[in-house]
Design a protein around this ligand. Structure first.
Ligand SMILES: Nc1ncnc2c1ncn2[C@@H]1O[C@H](COP(=O)(O)OP(=O)(O)OP(=O)(O)O)[C@@H](O)[C@H]1O
Ligand SMILES: [Mg+2]
Length: 248
């Protein structure tokens, strides 16, 4: 029996949101009169009772509507967020999560971010220097590697993140919606590399709105809607249920 690389059970994650209501002049005046606080704080569950298992070398998809909790789930696996309840077990080294706009320091250059990310992963200087050229070449960012990240385009940013993550030879790769921002050529490159990593034993969790790709590439798909797990299993079935729900 193979041991799961990622094992999540009974996961609950809540957020506190502040509602700053825009009020009419009359309401503002009344509010001012009785000194009521106009800011309301409310917490809500972004994930309720979610379970998930990923075996070694599996590519597992997560699909669902905007705001359903997919990125939140990935961030819990990455350890960026701490759930209120439940258990997250990850057996293996996780590459820095690849998510649009997260994980880099905007003031630092591409190269400095590369060093920082690889060092945080646990590599020492010689190890980083050994993979540095391959990372830059794969990302096709030779001309921009000394430019501060804040001047990168979304695609450039994502290329660098993906390139760093895959060159670390991680046991777990968390990919959030990056297929949507890369151009066609880079998307193909990403997919090829993910399949290559998968065949060498890396487990991949892939959040995507590209249902056709998810259906084709994943071994198993989780459908999340309204913070809840709606379905887990066969990719074709998962996508069909999602499409049915979207249509209704
Ligand atoms: N740090 C946060 N603070 C407060 N609310 C948050 C935070 N992060 C996410 N949320 C909320 O949690 C819910 C789930 O968000 P999440 O980003 O996980 O959705 P998603 O499924 O990834 O959506 P999308 O398809 O748009 O990427 C949303 O209502 C979102 O507003
Ligand atoms: Mg998201």
């Amino acid at each position: 029996m193979s041991q799961n690389v990622i094992e999540i059970s009974g996961l609950w994650k809540s957020f506190v949101v502040r509602h700053n209501r825009t009020e009419s002049l009359k309401q503002l005046f009344i509010g001012w009169l009785d000194w009521r606080r106009r800011e309301r704080r409310q917490s809500f569950w972004a994930l309720t009772d979610v379970g998930l298992q990923v075996e070694r070398g599996q590519m597992v998809g997560i699909i669902g509507p905007n705001g359903s909790g997919k990125s939140t789930l990935l961030r819990c696996v990455a350890g960026i967020l701490k759930p209120e309840r439940g258990e997250v077990i990850v057996r293996g080294r996780v590459a820095p999560m690849i998510e649009i706009g997260v994980g880099f320091h905007p003031e630092l250059t591409g190269e400095e971010n590369l060093y920082l990310n690889a060092a945080l992963y646990g590599l020492d200087r010689p190890q980083i220097e050994a993979i540095r050229p391959a990372i830059i070449e794969y990302a096709e960012l030779e001309e921009f590697i000394d430019v501060p990240i804040k001047n990168y385009s979304t695609g450039m940013y994502t290329r660098l993140g993906f390139s760093i993550a895959v060159h670390l030879q991680p046991e777990v790769l968390l990919v959030d919606e990056i297929l949507a921002v890369g151009d066609e050529a880079f998307q193909q490159k990403c997919l090829q590399r993910m399949m290559q990593l998968k065949s060498s034993g890396t487990s991949i969790l892939l959040v995507s709105h590209d249902l056709a790709k998810v259906e084709k590439l994943c071994d198993k798909v989780y459908l999340i809607a309204h913070s809840r797990l709606e379905f887990a299993g066969d990719p074709v079935k998962a996508v069909a249920i999602y499409r049915e729900k979207l249509a209704s």
